[in-house]
Design a protein around this ligand. Structure first.
Ligand code: F6P
Length: 319
């Protein structure tokens, strides 16, 4: 009987559980024996691996976080450490692996594939920053969490006629800030993919105030600067009453939206389809609503780009 394992790695994202469920159920449907690796690549090294049955993934599709736990595992870069991990899989006769995670997790996946374990990546990260897919699992949920927070903050911003600076996740990626800024009607969106000119932001806020605008929302991706820093910079140029909110890890939690659950189900099952057909060394994705696979090489070939058209639109609509 063919044996397959699944793990979640890196920052967790809402919908990872739905993806695990899809991998496990589809594997069993196809006649595979399926194993869960706990704590990501760390669990491969420490042999924290258990056989999963249909019932083990019951009642998780609606839950945030990951049943398999997650970890960042920098030591996986070491070939000696990976040898140990491969031995733990091989001893059980497991020759295929699904890695649910982000860009960093794909690096480990690529190495394992090159070293003989057939590996497919499933994009699970709130950042939406992976090439080869229009959307990553968890992005939609995190986006809605942020928009909900922005709506609430807007109420109090209006009441007190203040400028609010809301810091969202995204060290190198501006998708969350951009999409939440558009959906939340933010006056300013600061993303790592563009140069941030706080003086120009101050001038726009001042022009708005002169037109009678009473409040303003600035969304800043953490990779640009902190909300506190942004407030301090802003006050160098204008006399404005600011408040800062850092949304932090609440963005990574919560029950996944319907869209994320469906996306996770489709991508998880598709990863198993590929492995069954002997395809590996790639990541699955969704492009124009079609399931696609992209080799790890291609995924890593260039930096992920934000949607420039949407970015331009955000600027046109926030005048
Ligand atoms: O990659 C997902 C992410 O949430 C990023 O947006 C954020 O910069 C990072 O993880 C935070 O990581 P940690 O939870 O390890 O501090």
């Amino acid at each position: 009987m063919k044996k397959l394992a699944v793990l979640t790695s890196g920052g967790d994202s809402p919908g990872m559980n739905a993806a695990i469920r899809a991998v496990v159920r589809k594997s069993i449907f196809e006649g595979y024996e399926v194993y869960g690796v706990y704590q990501g690549f760390q669990g491969l090294i420490t042999d924290n691996i258990e056989k999963l049955e249909l019932g083990d993934v019951g009642d998780i599709i609606q839950r945030g976080g990951t049943k398999l736990f997650s970890a960042r595992c920098p030591e996986f870069i070491d070939a000696g450490v990976r040898k140990n991990a491969i031995e733990n899989l091989s001893r059980r006769g497991i020759d295929s692996l699904v890695v649910i995670g982000g860009d960093g997790s794909y690096r480990g996946a690529e190495r394992l594939d090159a070293e003989g374990i057939m590996t497919v990546g499933v994009p699970g990260t709130i950042d939406n920053d992976i090439n080869g897919t229009d959307f990553t699992i968890g992005f939609d949920t995190a986006l809605n969490t942020i928009v909900d927070a922005v709506d609430k903050i807007r109420d109090t911003a209006t009441s007190h006629e203040r400028t609010f600076i809301i810091e969202v996740m995204g060290r190198d990626a501006g998708d969350l800030a951009l999409w939440a800024g558009v959906a939340g009607g933010a006056e300013t969106i600061l993303i790592p993919e563009d140069v941030s000119d706080v003086k120009a932001v101050a001038e726009r806020i001042e022009a708005g105030m002169n037109r009678g605008k009473k409040h303003s929302i600035i969304i800043v991706a953490e990779g640009v600067m902190s909300a506190g820093e942004c407030g301090r910079e802003l006050r160098k140029y204008i006399n404005v009453d600011t408040r800062e909110s850092v949304l932090g890890h609440m963005q990574r939690g919560g029950k996944p939206t319907g869209s994320d659950r469906v996306l996770a189900s489709r991508l998880g099952a598709f990863a198993v389809d590929l492995l069954k057909d002997g395809v590996s060394g790639c990541a699955v994705g969704i492009e124009n609503n079609r399931l696609t696979e992209t080799s790890f090489d291609e995924v890593f070939a260039e930096d992920h780009q934000i949607d420039r058209v949407l970015y331009k639109l955000s600027q046109e609509l926030s005048i």
